[in-house]
Design a protein around this ligand. Structure first.
Ligand code: HEC
Ligand code: HEC
Length: 220
């Protein structure tokens, strides 16, 4: 069964590379009823301006972070930010099948790099009951020091502000990463069978901007 799985993936990859199948569905195409229902389950993301009424600056910062944390703690992000160098899949954040590790550089072991199966774009393989293989040019696993899995929003908050654990980013660089990074952006364009993170990347970026501007407070 597993051997078959590998072979079919390899075949799909080969076909995709050879360009023998029509270009994949536009990632901006309307959601199917099924995907729309999934997305709706996630609810919306409040924009930063909706917290303007919180007059205490620190309380406003905390409220902004709590809203942004709906994205940060979402499976679309956490599946790539595990504690054990093993990617997770799906809403239940189950261990990646086939078995996979980030290996030394987050891109997977030699001979089984992420790019063996994950292309530059989501690859939709079939009907409504078949999931897509997610894709992005930067597809890789976040290192364990950037792990968010199993952590509280407060723990993640202190970690993403810490240059020793966030890839050397100051708060401005952190904002730009959240607001513009295309791999972060994949969270709102995850392909068939996956609910997107709440809201959209610009609304999320706006929350991060306002959180930083109010002192980047972290919950206890
Ligand atoms: C396909 C895997 C993948 C997904 C999905 C993913 N990330 Fe990451 N993330 C990475 C990798 C790899 C790095 C380290 C390389 C870098 O900094 O670009 C990283 C680093 C980061 C960093 C900087 C380091 C840190 O922990 O502070 C932030 C912030 C971040 N990601 C936010 C997000 C958010 C928000 C989402 C969901 C909307 C997300 N990521 C989804 C792989 C992923
Ligand atoms: C042998 C093929 C293969 C390799 C190699 C591979 N993956 Fe996957 N991956 C898949 C398939 C197929 C799926 C879709 C299945 C699903 O989501 O249920 C998937 C889904 C995922 C998801 C789930 C996204 C979500 O939010 O549900 C993540 C995260 C992921 N892979 C990360 C990685 C990373 C990081 C690497 C490299 C270290 C990697 N994968 C290597 C085949 C592979």
């Amino acid at each position: 069964m597993r051997a078959f799985f590998f072979i079919s993936l390899a075949t799909f990859a080969a076909i995709a590379v050879a360009g023998l199948v029509p270009a994949q569905a536009e990632t901006t195409r309307p959601l199917s009823a099924w995907e729309a229902a999934l997305a709706k389950q996630q609810g919306a993301l409040k924009p930063a301006a909706s917290f303007n009424g919180v007059t205490d600056r620190n309380a406003r910062s905390l409220a902004l972070y709590a809203e942004a944390a709906k994205v940060i703690t979402h499976p679309r992000c956490v599946n790539c930010h595990p504690v054990d160098n093993v990617p997770r899949q799906g809403a239940a954040m189950r261990v990646h099948n086939p078995p996979m590790t980030g290996a030394l550089d987050g891109h997977g072991p030699a001979g089984q790099r992420c790019t063996t199966c994950h292309g530059a774009k989501n690859f939709e393989v079939g009907g409504d009951n078949i999931q897509s293989i997610p894709g992005n040019p930067k597809w890789a696993l976040a290192p364990a020091k950037m792990a968010w899995q199993g952590k509280t929003p407060g723990e993640i908050c202190r970690q993403i502000k810490d240059p020793a654990r966030n890839g050397g980013k100051d708060l401005e660089a952190l904002f730009h990463h959240m607001n513009e990074d295309e791999l972060v952006g994949w969270g709102w364009n995850p392909g068939k069978g996956r609910a997107p993170a709440p809201g959209d990347q610009k609304t999320f970026g706006g929350l991060i901007r306002a959180w930083i501007d109010t002192g980047a407070a972290c919950p206890a």
